[in-house]
Structure formats: structure tokens, C-alpha cells
Design a binder for this molecule. Structure first.
Ligand code: ATP
Ligand code: MG
Length: 575
């Protein structure tokens, strides 16, 4: 590609909302353009890199017996009603009607569509296993689209679905995909980690996220210093240190005046008592019922865990008006004693140790002191609904300590069981002629997010440092004086030789100053730059610079070409 003919432009300024490096760099290199919030066009440089990620994915999946299909992006509501997700999926689902008034959505994920495709094909146990995938645009009406391609509304996803006879076979498919994902991200040249993402229980869990390591990552992860366990903090179990209450220490319950003191900090200062003696009392709306959630005052509620414990498809803090209407007091004065009987209490395990707690009195400007579960109120369930933290004991080996790191979730593998096959009658006849629901797994990779994560992990103050396997172009030839024929002829020769040898090469044939060309080359991050100046060209030499190490060497033209071919071929990491 000659830059004078390329649909190419770089930018100095970045839009205000581009907060993280990958977004800024994708904008500055002209890789993407925003058409609407979270909706982007992929320009030539971006598309070349995206296609490379797709090629690696196809290659690794096809090798493992997966088959590619392509489903529509527009899906009929009927399928989503069958699975129960038409309502449950909430505001992320973009719903609309056609001219006849029939309901449709833009697919945010395709479990329903694949289950439907398979149930029409499937009759006998002899046909399984199947593993189908597609690479396709998804749409999720994200609440806060941000960070460019990292969290878009329309984005390219590879989604795969496995269909097996039984749990054992499904576990095998899961492992196969786990291995495929490890191979894919290794071949992309990324530093990544697979972390446990199963809600609740530990060990033998069947959900993992593939996280690209990056300090700007949105996900907080914990890994053990002594065993290989790593987990998303949203899901990390907290080991309990049981300290059952000592009933002989129970004091008489009392109501105290706390005028205007709503937060735990305020009441704690006002009464001169440490926050950990408080039972933080929060009213949540889980689907359509209200629950009171209790947790020690120094801890926070982990809503991912809470939602799993409540088995709710939607969960949010109840609005203050709702709390007032149901309980008769404002949120700062809520507590478990004398609660209306239709509101269940769920408590974190932290609330089951120690005695004589303080909480709101369910009357404005009043708190109750010396309250104790069982004696003063009934908890329907104690559960682990708080956050693990760095320094905690590893919940897996129970020896090491957890340390914190950050990552970007680029892939997710998930064991589904028979959730969709049962709801949608995706059945087969076993050897005895019994009808059984098929066992499923689903497996996603965000292609655009993977590209963004690669940039996030590999850049410096001058621009992108592409891992070779994902680089839009592998090399750039920089003739420094376009009016010097020795220079242009040498550049042309290097350009043609590299291109003919299969190296994806760009020729910067623009009539621009050397500094300008170098800046652009560093910004776009071509792994190899070949510079031809008046002196080196006259001597029949070229200077090679490697973007990642900054290393430079000068070699005779032919040697330079051969050296680059060898170097690139080594770094491509083809299977
Ligand atoms: P997140 O927690 O980041 O919202 P998710 O867990 O909802 O993601 P999955 O349903 O597991 O996402 O989707 C599979 C993959 O699709 C993710 O691992 C991610 O790489 C990608 N992905 C999901 N949402 C987006 C988005 N809004 N923009 C770009 N990629 C996305
Ligand atoms: Mg996920």
C-alpha cells in the first residue's frame, strides 16, 4: 500500500470522551470513526487488525471441529419469549417493531437463535456433539457506552455454542473451548489470564473469563500467591471466620435519638461507635419484591453475588419513596427490627458473628442499639454477599494470600446446562428412546474489544506497539527525500521485495519531512520501520528500526530485506 493512495489520516487532537489510551490512539491513527454513541465505523487500519483476530479464531476453532454459520442480527421476539429473556434481559435489549407491528430485537447474544437452529436439526443421540459458531455484529444498548470499542453498543463478537448428550460430554466441550481460547489469545501475542467467573461455589466451576492484563482494565481480579487460582472480584468467595454470638453478652435493646444522622459515618461519629458495630440495612428491589439486606457497617454489598443468591433477573436499590412507603422511614433510618412481615431479610455472613449491633429503627431520626439476630429479628438467609479483597486468604487452597490485578474481559466461556434446551424444547432421543434436553455451553470473544485491549496493553507515549500477529501492516518503508532518485529507487525496491515475499508492507511515498514520517510511523506502530536516507541509500544500505524495542541496525539492502522477512515470519505465531 502506498500512503499517497491510501484512505489515511492521522490526528493530533483527541475527542474529550476518549479517556483511555486505546481509544485515543484508535482515534488519532484514524482507525475508527464514531457515527453515534457507541456505534463505530472501522476504517482500513482497524479492519485489517480485526480480520487478523478473526482469522486466528477461525483457525483455532476449525481445528477443533467447530463449524461456522452466520445468523441474522435481527431476531424475532417469539424466540426470546420462549426462553423468558424478552423481559428479563432488560434495557440492554434493543426492541422494535416492523410495519405489521411484530416485535423484534437486535441480537445481543444468540443462545435462543442457536437453540432454535439446533432443535430443528436434532432428533437422535447419534448426531451429537455439535459445536457451532459465528462472527457477527451484536447490539447491546449499554447504559454508558465508553472507551471506544471497549464498550460499544454495536460490536463484533465471535459467539459459539456447544450441544452435548450429557454433563460429562458438555464438560469436555467446555475444556476444548477453554484450550482454544488460551491458544487464540496466545497467538494474538497478548498477556492474559483465565479467571474463575462462576457465581458462588469454588472448584470445578464452569465459567471462566479471559482477561487481558492492563492497569486501565475495568475488571478487578484476584490471584493467589501460592496456588494457580485467579478469580474476578465480583465472584470471589470470602472465607468466613466464624465467631458465633455469645448470648451471655446480649444487652437490652434500646431506641436512641439520632436527629439528621443518616449515614453510617455520621451515626458512628454521633454515637462514638465504630462502623463495624453497625448493621448496614439496605432495601433492594429484586424483580418486583422488596428485600432488606444486612451487612457489617464496614463492608459493601456485592450486587452480583446478591443477585445470584436471590435468583433474581433484575436487582436494584429501592427508590427512597418506595422505601418510605413500605417501611415508613427514610433509607438512613432503616433496620431489621419491626419490619413489615412481607419484607424478607437476607444477611451477609458478617452479620452472624458478634453481638449487640446498631441499625436504623424504622422511624426517622432514630436508631436501635443492642440488636441481635434471632432474639430481635429473623434472617431468612445468611449468605456470602460481600467483596473479597487483596490480602484475603485464598478460598481455593486456603493457604496463599490474594493479590489484586486489573484486566479487560475479552472472552468468556460458560457452561449453560439445560437452561435453554429445556425452556425451548431442544431435545433428542437417547439410545433407549427417551426424550432428553441437550446440554449446552456458550463461548464469546469480543473482537473489537480484543483489538482495543491489545493497544491498551502495548503502547507508549509515541503510539501503538502492535504485537506482530495483530498489526494492520507488518512493515513500513520510509524514503526520507522524495526528490532524491537513489532514495526513491531503493525504497521502491525494498517495498516490492518485501511485498513479494508476503510481508504486509506500506510505502510512505508522501512528500513530507522525515520527522513527520517518523512520528506517523511510531503512532501507527508498524512493527518494523525501514528508513532510506540520502547517505544510506548512496551506500546501498537501509536502516531498520523495531518499534517494540527501539533497536536500530543498518544493513545492505538485500540483507535488510532478508532479515526483516525472517524476523516477521518468526513473530507471526502461526499455528
Ligand atoms: P461486560 O461484563 O464487559 O459487560 P459481558 O460479560 O456482558 O461483558 P459477555 O456476554 O460475556 O459480555 O460477551 C462476550 C464477550 O463480548 C465479552 O467477553 C466481551 O469481549 C465482548 N463484549 C461484551 N459487551 C461488549 C461491548 N459492549 N462492547 C464490546 N465488546 C463487548
Ligand atoms: Mg462476560
Amino acid at each position: 500500500m502506498r500512503l499517497t493512495r491510501s484512505f489515511y489520516r492521522t490526528f493530533k487532537e483527541v475527542p474529550k470522551d476518549a479517556q483511555i489510551s486505546s481509544h485515543q490512539l484508535m482515534f488519532r491513527t484514524g482507525m475508527i470513526q464514531q457515527l453515534a454513541s457507541g456505534i463505530y465505523s472501522y476504517l482500513p487500519l482497524a479492519l485489517r487488525s480485526l480480520r487478523k483476530i478473526e482469522t486466528i479464531i477461525r483457525d483455532e476453532l476449525n481445528q477443533r471441529g467447530c463449524e461456522e454459520v452466520l445468523m441474522p442480527a435481527v431476531l424475532p421476539a417469539a424466540l426470546w419469549q420462549e426462553s423468558g429473556r424478552w423481559n428479563a434481559y432488560g434495557d440492554l435489549l434493543l426492541r422494535f417493531q416492523d410495519r405489521k407491528g411484530s416485535d423484534y430485537c437486535m441480537g445481543p447474544t444468540h443462545e435462543e437463535a442457536f437453540t432454535d437452529m439446533v432443535r430443528r436439526h436434532l432428533s437422535s443421540w447419534k448426531q451429537l456433539p455439535w459445536n457451532l459458531y459465528q462472527i457477527q455484529d451484536k447490539f447491546r444498548d449499554e447504559f454508558r457506552p465508553r472507551f471506544g470499542l471497549m464498550r460499544g453498543r454495536e460490536f463484533i463478537m465471535k459467539d459459539a455454542y456447544s450441544f452435548d448428550l450429557d454433563e460429562q460430554a458438555a464438560a469436555k466441550s467446555y475444556r476444548l473451548m477453554y484450550e482454544a481460547y488460551s491458544a487464540i489469545f496466545t497467538r494474538c501475542g497478548l498477556k492474559f489470564r483465565a479467571v474463575d467467573a462462576a457465581a458462588g461455589e469454588i472448584g470445578g466451576s464452569m465459567s471462566h473469563e479471559f482477561q487481558v492484563l492492563a492497569s486501565s482494565g475495568e475488571d478487578v481480579l484476584l490471584s493467589c500467591t501460592s496456588c494457580s487460582y485467579a478469580v474476578n472480584i465480583e465472584k470471589a468467595a470470602v472465607l468466613q471466620k466464624p465467631n458465633p454470638p455469645d448470648k451471655t453478652q446480649f444487652k437490652d435493646m434500646e431506641i436512641v435519638e439520632t436527629p439528621g444522622q443518616k449515614t453510617i459515618e455520621e451515626v458512628s461519629q454521633f454515637l462514638g461507635v465504630q462502623p463495624e458495630k453497625f448493621l448496614k440495612s439496605l432495601v433492594y428491589e429484586a424483580d418486583s419484591r422488596l428485600v432488606l439486606v444486612l451487612i457489617a457497617g464496614n463492608l459493601d454489598v456485592n450486587e452480583v453475588k446478591l443477585q445470584a443468591v436471590l435468583n433474581a433477573s433484575a436487582l436494584r436499590l429501592a427508590a427512597p419513596e418506595k422505601v418510605k412507603e413500605a417501611i415508613g422511614a427514610e433509607p438512613g433510618f432503616i433496620g431489621p427490627v419491626n419490619l413489615p412481615p412481607n419484607i424478607n431479610i437476607i444477611a451477609d455472613f458478617s452479620a452472624s458473628s458478634g453481638e449487640n449491633w446498631i441499625s436504623g429503627a424504622n422511624q426517622n431520626d432514630k436508631h436501635t442499639v443492642n440488636i441481635n439476630p434471632e432474639r430481635d429479628f429473623q434472617v431468612s438467609e445468611f449468605a456470602d454477599i460481600t467483596f473479597a479483597a487483596a490480602g484475603d486468604t485464598c478460598p481455593e487452597c486456603k493457604e496463599g494470600q490474594m493479590e489484586e490485578f486489573r484486566g479487560i474481559e475479552v472472552g468468556h466461556v460458560f457452561y449453560l446446562g439445560t437452561k435453554y434446551s429445556q425452556a425451548m424444547n431442544c431435545l433428542y432421543l437417547d439410545e433407549e428412546g427417551n426424550s432428553k434436553p441437550v446440554e449446552m455451553g456458550c463461548y464469546g470473544i469480543g473482537i473489537g474489544r480484543t483489538m482495543a485491549a491489545a493497544i491498551e496493553q502495548n503502547h507508549d507515549e509515541n503510539g501503538i506497539i502492535w504485537p506482530v500477529p495483530l498489526a494492520p501492516w507488518e512493515a513500513i518503508v520510509l524514503p526520507l527525500q522524495m526528490n532524491n532518485e537513489t532514495v526513491t529507487a531503493a525504497a521502491e525496491k525494498v517495498y516490492i521485495d518485501l511485498t513479494q515475499a508476503g510481508i504486509e508492507t506500506v510505502l510512505d511515498d508522501r512528500n513530507e519531512r522525515p520527522g513527520f514520517k517518523f512520528k506517523d510511523a511510531d503512532l501507527i506502530g508498524y512493527p518494523v520501520q525501514i528508513t532510506l536516507g540520502a547517505r544510506s541509500a548512496a551506500e546501498g544500505k537501509a536502516e531498520i528500526k523495531f518499534r517494540a524495542s527501539g533497536e536500530k541496525t543498518e544493513l545492505p539492502l538485500d540483507d535488510a530485506v532478508n532479515y526483516i522477512i525472517q524476523w516477521i515470519e518468526d513473530k507471526r505465531q502461526t499455528a
